[in-house]
Ligand binder design. Structure first.
Ligand SMILES: [Mn+2]
Length: 345
């Protein structure tokens, strides 16, 4: 299969695979709060390295989520907060990391490490990548680092075995929401077609990633869904909340709220969704905000109480009882909407 891609250049990709081939030891890093794409791309590279007889280390700042543990070598990571990047005999490879401060800390800036003999390769698809590597292989048009990794391996003519194919497919699945987000391109599907031909079973990946919710988590989501309120023009605002006790009663984990606010965005007409989570011992409430394009931005509301994030997804913390937070957020959202509504656009 012949593939013509402008960015990164064939030359850059060749250079990356040549450097990888020349190095005896690879040390692979990725961003914190490790996700499917980071895991998928890291594991594919790790497998490639092992097959070449390299010494390969995978270093992460926090443990990988259990749902990805079905992938080959998925538990072969070392957890570290900080690392000393001073061994010229090791090749440092950063995957899915927009900058050097998002995961394991300690990488000196490009200027500071000049001449110390260390080499850093940066392989990523984030549009805001800071180009911190000595060699940067960055493609924002790629759905995922896993898709870019597939291209790198394919261009180099390196074998993608069934384990690697499964990891890459999983990474692409994760970053494209199952191949439906706007970052999904025809090139994504070219990669997927190739990965399927290498033995990936789509139903197995779907079962692992989507049909794997714990009973406790499902009960917790049920509690949250039973409490949803909506208001505003066309009932376009929605909110729900969880008390400390809900976690105990549902036998759920704190991490089980991951993805919950997205459920509210699936409701007809909803354009803005809020999830509040109580942390009674700290006297805090965690706020998650989601909004659609063309309505009040999530980050505007987050900024109004010291939070942050993106246009469509943001969050923050309120130091107050949850009962107060419910009315507080509602007021801030109404105010942001009034300002948005009266602004010249
Ligand atoms: Mn990614």
């Amino acid at each position: 299969m012949k593939i013509d891609i402008l960015s990164p250049s064939q030359e850059t990709m060749k250079r990356v695979t040549q450097i990888l081939a020349d190095a005896r030891t690879w040390r692979i890093f990725c961003h914190a709060k490790i996700d499917g794409d980071a895991i998928g791309s890291c594991l594919a590279l790790l497998c490639a390295g092992l097959r070449f007889g390299k010494r390969v280390f995978w270093v992460v700042s926090d443990p990988a989520p259990p749902s990805y543990m079905f992938l080959a070598h998925s538990s072969d990571y070392i957890v570290m907060d900080e690392f000393k990047f001073d061994n010229p005999d090791e090749l440092y490879v950063f995957l899915d990391s927009a900058n050097e401060n998002r995961g394991v800390r300690g990488l000196p800036s490009r200027l500071d490490r000049k001449g110390d003999g260390t080499l850093v390769i940066n392989i990523d698809h984030h549009g805001d990548n800071s180009m911190f590597g000595d060699v940067n292989c960055v493609d924002p048009s790629s759905s995922s680092t896993s898709e870019l990794m597939w291209r790198l391996l394919t261009n180099a003519g390196w074998t993608i075995d069934s384990d690697m194919a499964e990891s890459l497919y999983t990474g692409i699945f994760a970053d494209t929401g199952g191949f439906v987000f706007s970052n999904t391109t025809s090139m994504t599907h070219v990669a997927l077609a190739d990965l399927l031909s290498r033995g990936v079973k789509p139903a197995k990946i779907e079962a692992a990633l989507r049909k794997n919710r714990s009973l406790g988590c499902t009960r917790l989501w049920g509690i949250a869904c039973s409490r949803i309120v909506s208001w505003g023009p066309d009932e376009q605002f929605s909110m729900t909340w969880l008390f400390d006790d809900d976690f105990k009663n549902a036998a759920a984990l704190r991490s089980d709220t991951e993805g919950l606010v997205g459920q509210l965005m699936m409701i007809q007409n909803i354009r803005f969704a809020v999830l509040l989570t109580e942390y009674k011992d700290k006297g805090e409430v965690k706020v998650s905000l989601r909004s659609r394009d063309g309505t009040v931005s999530a980050v505007t509301v987050a900024h109004s109480f010291g939070g942050g994030g993106h246009e469509r997804a943001s969050g923050g913390t309120l130091k107050m009882p949850i009962e107060k937070a419910i009315s507080e957020i509602r007021e801030r959202l109404d105010k942001a909407y009034d300002e948005w509504n009266s602004a010249d656009r």
